[in-house]
Write a protein that binds this ligand. Sequence first.
Ligand code: ADP
Ligand code: ASP
Ligand code: MG
Length: 427
Amino acid sequence: MALFIQKFGGTSVGNVERIRRIAERIERTHRDGHQVVVVVSAMSGETDRLMRLAHDVTPQPDDRELAVLLSSGERVAIALLAMRLRGCGINARSFTGRQVGIVTNSSHTRARIAKVTAAPVRQALADGVLPIVAGFQGVNAQSEVTTLGRGGSDLTAVALAAALKASRCVIFTDVDGVFTADPGVVPSARRIPTLSYEAMLELASLGAKVLQARSVEFAARYNVPVEVRSTFQEGAGTLVTHEDADMEQAAVSGVTGDRNQAKITVVGVPDRPGIAAHVLGAMADAAVVVDMIIQNVSHGGQFTDISFTVPRNDLARALPLVERTADTIGAKTVEVREDIAKVSLVGVGMQSHSGVASKMFRTLSGESINIMMISTSEIKISCVLDERDCDKAVRALHAGFGLDRRPDAGDETGRPAPPARKARRPA
Ligand code: ADP
Ligand code: ASP
Ligand code: MG
């Protein structure tokens, strides 16, 4: 008897009708004789709604209280789904993060998992109970509620799969799998049947929000095969697992666009040793992840500018610290741009292909798109550009690198093309 983790995202539990539909799906797996542990997210839009509420109450909500507030969305979803299943005669029971023993550090709204005991879930399974677990939440050593960062229900599912040694962690969502680009932005994007953890981690970190990046990291560390599938359509999805000989080593396997970016420039910094360490050290102390960094050539040998990018939702935390440091070191001003985006090409095969970067720059210049910053690694190239150009750049690169699906040709596994997708929606 196989044990599966089935995780349903926000749109999959977005209304009563959808909760009924997924209850049917869970019931089928359960009646087929498999053991199932279900993880659910808050109903779609709910986490954003709670976040707005917090910011309406006060401009910089306290992190501990924010975690308490945000975790409530998942409680609603587990209770509703468990009620529906019980109403259908299934012995389902809801569990919060605390009840399943998800223990985290104390970084309240971006907590890292330290330990998963899962003992109550094991007991429930042994008793023939179907556990419905709240995603996105845990508790710290003091038993205070914490949340696992946006998209954190994926991490709950993978962590439970690892703790329970499940055969597979299935992530049910509103798309058929992982695509060569966000199908909401590029309708001709193709589903990728199999992906290595490495490529998936890069795609997720660079903005493909279909899987939370930390969940992919966790899956790779604990060898959890993760399958991404549609809640609403039958058919194959994407299997994310260790690299094997059959996986394509495409130079470019996907294109991502990430709008959660802001650029900070410290202008007129004295050009002497230790200054960059000073400015960026302040970010490290505040646990703000700095991504791209550029230090310009100094003006007449005395002053220089340092620019770097941070996640846009960390800007409110980062800016006062940068301003304070700028004052201390005698810099002239601090400038901020929030209307930027980062567009990236990802491909494990990139390391053995040349010319990818130059083709990327040519393609962007062909669209008259200006590049502000560039960074590369062995398996990705990223460019920072004006946010208004983000979708245009993603589409141009997708077509330019030959990733577009031929019209009506279906994807490479022969499935017909999915219907045109809705425009971007809030999480
Ligand atoms: P859930 O609520 O189920 O967790 P998310 O909204 O977090 O779903 O993730 C699914 C969304 O990710 C899709 O609707 C799609 O718009 C977006 N997405 C971005 N990049 C990709 C990609 N490369 N492949 C598939 N989906 C992507
Ligand atoms: N509800 C949380 C969020 O919107 C967690 C998740 O959906 O995975 O980020
Ligand atoms: Mg998600």
